[in-house]
Design a protein. Structure first.
Length: 256
């Protein structure tokens, strides 16, 4: 599962409709001498508009899991999530999400600076069409820009200049990196609360229906009791009158 580097060496994250997802499997031609930006994608909600990967791997699949947990806000977001020895960094702007995957050793400053540049270049040319574009429609136009920008930031000289401040941000980077496991646990608690709320609603509806049935039953019982009392009273009055009038033919009352 998406977790910090202190978790198991074979992390897995359950997917809706699937049992589990294997770990990130980048296929690099050779082990880089320095940390690298590996993958970048521009997305509108869960629709990938343009993407580029430095090497082959299952990045898009894992990224879709991350996008399900992100809700872009009007004021934007800047966060990072660990996945074994990698970190997903993302920013949101104008309803779009910009995500990149980088080696954990790269820290946070360089990937965020990279995403800021990608965001600026994308919004300068494709913000309007992005609102209606289908999946990967903008890949042909924007993928070369992602590639060239990533190459620039992956160049040793680009992030060697950041080594001086990397020590200062190392202490606060872990505080800014959330664990997706916690998000999933929180989501499970919310879903459990929703289920309990729905169960209570169903119980309340059933209780109201039973209350209506009981009230109706009691009303009919009261009506029958009153009708029975009235009928008995009428019979008693009739018998008294019949007795006073000399029998069933009311002889005394007729003669009078």
């Amino acid at each position: 599962m998406l977790a910090s580097s202190s978790s198991s060496s074979n992390p897995r994250l359950p997917l809706r409709g699937e049992t589990e997802l294997t770990e990130i499997t980048p296929a690099r031609p050779s082990q880089p001498s320095s940390p690298q930006l590996i993958y970048c994608v521009v997305a509108r909600e869960r629709t990938l508009l343009s993407e580029y990967s430095f090497c082959a791997g299952n990045f898009a699949t894992v990224t879709r899991i991350l996008l399900e947990k992100i809700s872009p806000t009007p004021y934007g977001q800047r966060k990072s999530y660990t996945y074994d020895s990698y970190v997903f960094h993302y920013i949101t702007s104008a309803g779009l999400t910009y995500v990149c995957l980088a080696d954990r050793e790269m820290g946070q400053s360089v990937p965020m600076k990279f995403l800021d540049e990608i965001c600026g270049r994308f919004e300068a040319s494709f913000l309007g069409v992005s609102k209606t574009a289908i999946a990967l429609q903008l890949n042909a136009d924007f993928q070369p820009i992602i590639r060239s920008t990533m190459d620039k930031y992956n160049d040793g000289a680009a992030h060697d200049s950041m080594e001086r401040i990397r020590g200062h941000i190392a202490e606060i980077s872990d505080n800014m990196i959330d664990n997706i496991d916690k998000i999933m646990q929180r989501q499970e608690k919310i879903e459990l609360l929703v289920e309990k709320t729905e169960s209570l609603n169903r119980t309340a509806i059933q209780f109201r229906r039973q209350a209506v049935d009981v009230r109706r039953t009691l009303w009919w019982r009261d009506v029958r009791a009153k009708a029975t009392i009235i009928l008995i009273a009428v019979i008693i009055i009739f018998l008294i009158v019949m007795w006073l009038c000399g029998g069933i033919y009311f002889d005394k009352c007729r003669s009078n």
